[in-house]
Design a protein around this ligand. Structure first.
Ligand SMILES: [Ca+2]
Ligand SMILES: [Ca+2]
Length: 304
């Protein structure tokens, strides 16, 4: 018995002295890089940016395949300088990307990772935003440092969908001027689900339609399939039609209706959930057409 215990303790000691192996094994998602550039994306492929919001190439712009901002979306796919798969920002270049199926949140350890590639290492200033309008500068990536710790810079209970990168190197000569961006990943990544208000509610009502049930049960299934027991933020949003105060109140009641259903009927833990009304304050697109207004009428779930 005593010998068995000693063997067990020795085995435990042996595993604790091999942190590199332990780190690899502990990454259940996607793992990239080595040493100081190593990163574990626990939420896998959804961690990456999903859409280009804007790209200003700057004074000295790249040409050809290195000038396509879409190359910064999804997983990193750079293989060699002559191949497409990255964007050269240009000397004064500025790129804004957006997360759609996920959102950047503060987590333990670094929260944002910029995959910068190519033979030259160039500095990039990074900012993040909740709405794409108000920006928080979060630091600079350069050389060996590709990740950013956002603790103390962003709010713990908020989620950020926009990342802005500005080339910060002054030496931007050559065929690929400025920083070469291959991919952008939220290491601290929450799942973002957007529900169409028209599926859930009648106009002006916060009472769930019978047909909403299937959609909400489907969404609850996605939440349950995700590992994690962190907070779930349920946000109601409206378009800009009508009175702002009434929209705010309606969005709050709708978010609460979804929360109540998720707790009472869909088996999600009420203690994890919080409902918030944002009214018309946070559109995803300009309220300039019938189609766009419909896109802005939504209930979002941000799941950690
Ligand atoms: Ca994504
Ligand atoms: Ca962090």
């Amino acid at each position: 018995m005593h010998r068995l215990l000693t063997a067990l303790l020795l085995a435990l000691a042996a595993t604790s002295t091999t942190p590199a192996v332990a780190a690899q094994e502990s990454c259940k998602g996607l793992r990239y890089g080595e040493g100081t550039r190593e990163v574990c994306l626990k939420q896998g492929e959804s961690s990456f940016a999903d859409a280009v919001v804007s790209f200003k190439p700057g004074k000295r712009a790249a040409a050809g395949t290195a000038a396509k901002p879409g190359h910064t979306l999804g997983k990193p796919d750079y293989t060699m300088p002559s191949a497409p798969g990255f964007l050269a920002l240009g000397c004064d270049g500025e790129l804004v990307v957006r997360f759609d199926d996920n959102a950047l949140v503060q987590s333990a350890g670094p929260d944002l990772y910029i995959f910068e590639v190519g033979p030259d290492v160039e500095a990039t200033d990074v900012a993040v935003s909740i709405d794409g309008e108000t920006w928080i500068e979060v630091g600079r990536v350069e050389g060996a440092r590709s990740d950013l710790e956002l603790e103390g810079l962003i709010k713990d209970d908020q989620s950020y969908r926009f990342v802005r990168m500005r080339n910060a190197s002054t030496d931007c000569a050559g065929r690929y001027p400025g920083a070469d961006i291959d991919a952008v990943a939220a290491v601290g990544s929450a799942m973002r689900l957007s529900l169409d208000s028209a599926v859930l509610f009648d106009v002006g009502s916060a009472e769930l339609k019978p047909a909403a049930r299937d959609e909400l049960l489907r969404v609850a299934g996605l939440v349950k399939a995700r590992s994690g027991t962190g907070p779930i933020r349920i946000e109601g949003h409206t378009d800009s039609d009508g009175d702002a105060a009434m929209n705010l109140a309606l969005s709050q009641r709708r978010a609460q209706s979804v929360l109540d259903f998720m707790a009472a009927e869909a088996g999600l833990d009420r203690q994890r959930m919080q409902s918030i009304g944002a009214g018309e304050s946070r559109p995803v697109v300009a309220n300039d057409s019938i189609v766009n207004k419909a896109r802005n009428r939504r209930v979002e779930m941000i799941v950690r």
